[in-house]
Design a protein around this ligand. Structure first.
Ligand code: VGL
Ligand code: ZN
Length: 197
């Protein structure tokens, strides 16, 4: 049994002062750093959008941030502009240890958002992370990071569906908690067989 820690989107824009700030997003950094030594592999994800990304409200005239639209692949929340490639907001939190094995970027396709570290929001376009884990014979995943109800949730559910043993350390996550999203995420993860620790 080989286990990986997957650190989801601990980036400036999801921390206090950022464009899509998650309450307490910075509080989890030291605990995540401390956990890294317990794992064979440490993988970081980085939300990485081109300017004008289709998940930004600013790309849809007349639409407000946090409103919902129908995309060809299903419903999509429209976000404030965030994690634009190369911007300070897209950088990892300054205290996060970034000497892990792999950094996987997601959300770079202008037409599709990608909450999950495994598949874009069409649920079919792979990021390549599954192949990486399988070729390294990693079977067990622990997920931490931001945001619990979006990118951690989607990543955990996809990982469980792919057959990995998945634990989410809720104490090392923080949530956006918008319109019931946190309760729905917890129920969905539990249904998928994710261990909520
Ligand atoms: C995220 C909304 C938009 C996340 C990323 O990391 O949870 N949420 N992009
Ligand atoms: Zn994003």
């Amino acid at each position: 049994m080989s286990k990986a820690l997957i650190v989801i989107d601990v980036q400036n824009d999801f921390c206090p002062g950022g464009a899509l700030a998650v309450d307490g997003g910075d509080e989890i950094v030291s605990g995540i750093n401390a956990l890294m030594a317990d794992f064979t592999a440490v993988i970081l994800t980085q939300d990485w959008h081109p300017a004008g990304h289709s998940s930004f409200a600013s790309s849809h005239p007349g639409k407000d941030p946090m409103s919902l639209i129908e995309m060809p692949y299903g419903p999509q929340v429209l976000w404030p502009d965030h994690c634009i490639q190369g911007s300070a907001g897209a950088d990892f939190h300054k205290d996060l240890r970034v000497d892990g094995d792999l950094i996987i970027r997601k959300g770079f396709n202008p037409q599709i958002d990608s909450y999950s570290a495994f598949f874009e929001n069409d649920h079919t376009t792979p990021t390549g992370l599954e192949g990486y884990l399988r070729t390294r014979a990693i079977t067990d995943l622990t997920l931490v990071g931001l945001a619990l109800d979006f990118c951690v949730n989607y990543s955990a559910v996809d990982a469980a569906k792919l057959g990995f043993n998945v634990t989410v350390r809720q104490d090392l996550c923080r949530a956006i908690d918008f319109d019931g999203s946190l309760d729905a995420a917890r129920a969905g993860m539990a249904d998928a067989g994710v261990t909520l620790a």
